[in-house]
Write a protein of this length. Structure first.
Length: 327
């Protein structure tokens, strides 16, 4: 049986991550036993004290064991921690060496959503892929440059370390763990019992692109604003460089450093974001939307839209605009 340690951090953490994981894994055990099998997960809530009061004042969690009582575990689960990272690390620093030691001794480690920041602080994510909430991906990338942040993925798995994307994406990672350790049948049963869409692997349809503005390069910010204000036009990188009195090479280097996107990528994402908003709120057909954002080749537009959002323009419109007219 796999010993599971769901960490109960001090501060403001996701009760949903904690309660949901605890409930689903124990339900899998019950289902297996009802069918004459043996439970797979020995689930524990592990804390630094006997009662952890949320700093929000809304909830308190009573771990069933303390960190000192767990010399060995097989699976560590880090819920989303919503406090400032510096505060979270100070309040929960005792977890860090324990997580590293357990991983070195064979344990696997899971982080949900913004729990990735806490996991990254251990150094175990260096050089590895990592998913987190798409709204915090740029910040994670900036704070931990050695981590390979993947904005679009629902979950990642690499060398016994798992991460999940935004908010309720943790449920998809829980299903993945159930399938890995209890089998496909148990995962399918869990997906049906809790109405979780199994095998979903991308959070791209949910990403709202707002541009990376948390940098200090004023010329790049002006270039970003120009792109956002003129997305409906054909924007050439050479023309943009001339406008801001820089060589193309210099502008491209500074733009990439500041935003983590190339200029072309940024232009494409701004155009697709404008298209998404139009598809969500207007009654225009896909062709009209395509022309509005400066594209004239249907296949190129469809392929770009799908690469960025994970859906075709028609699929996106049908998913998010009930009043859309048929093309």
């Amino acid at each position: 049986m796999k010993h599971v340690s769901i960490l109960i951090p001090r501060g403001h953490t996701s009760i949903v991550n904690i309660g949901g994981t605890h409930q689903i894994l124990n339900m899998v055990n019950s289902m297996l036993q009802e069918k004459g099998g043996s439970p797979v997960f020995d689930v524990h809530m592990v804390g630094l004290e006997k009662e952890i009061k949320q700093t929000t004042g809304l909830f308190a969690v009573s771990p069933d064991c303390l960190l000192a009582d767990v010399p060995k575990t097989d699976l560590i689960i880090i819920p989303a921690i919503h406090d400032d990272l510096e505060k979270a690390l100070e309040w929960n620093k005792a977890f860090l060496p324990w997580i590293v030691e357990q991983y070195k001794n064979g344990a696997e480690v899971v982080s949900f959503c913004v729990g990735a920041f806490f996991l990254a602080a251990t150094g175990l994510l260096d050089g590895k892929q990592c998913a987190t909430h798409w709204m915090h991906a740029a910040n994670l990338r900036s704070m931990f440059p050695k981590v390979r942040v993947v904005d679009e993925k629902i979950m990642t798995e690499e060398d016994g370390i798992y991460t999940s994307g935004g908010a309720y994406a943790f449920l998809n990672l829980v299903l993945h763990l159930i399938e890995k350790y209890a089998g496909r049948e148990a995962a399918i049963f869990s997906s049906k019992a809790f109405s979780i869409d199994i095998d979903r692997n991308s959070q791209s349809p949910f990403i709202i692109f707002e541009g990376q503005k948390d940098h200090t390069d004023d010329k790049v910010k002006k270039a970003q604003k120009f792109i956002e204000d003129h997305f409906e036009k054909m924007i050439r990188v050479d023309d943009l460089a001339d406008q801001f009195a820089m060589s193309r090479r210099t502008l491209e280097r500074r733009f990439k450093k500041a935003t983590s996107n190339t200029i072309t990528e940024y232009i494409q994402r701004v155009k697709v974001e404008a298209a998404k908003k139009s598809l969500e709120s207007s009654r225009k057909n896909v062709t009209e939307v395509m022309y509005d954002v400066g594209y004239s080749d249907t296949k190129s537009f469809r392929d770009l839209f799908r690469r960025i959002t994970g859906l075709t323009p028609i699929e996106y419109r049908d998913k998010y605009n009930r009043d859309a007219v048929a093309v």
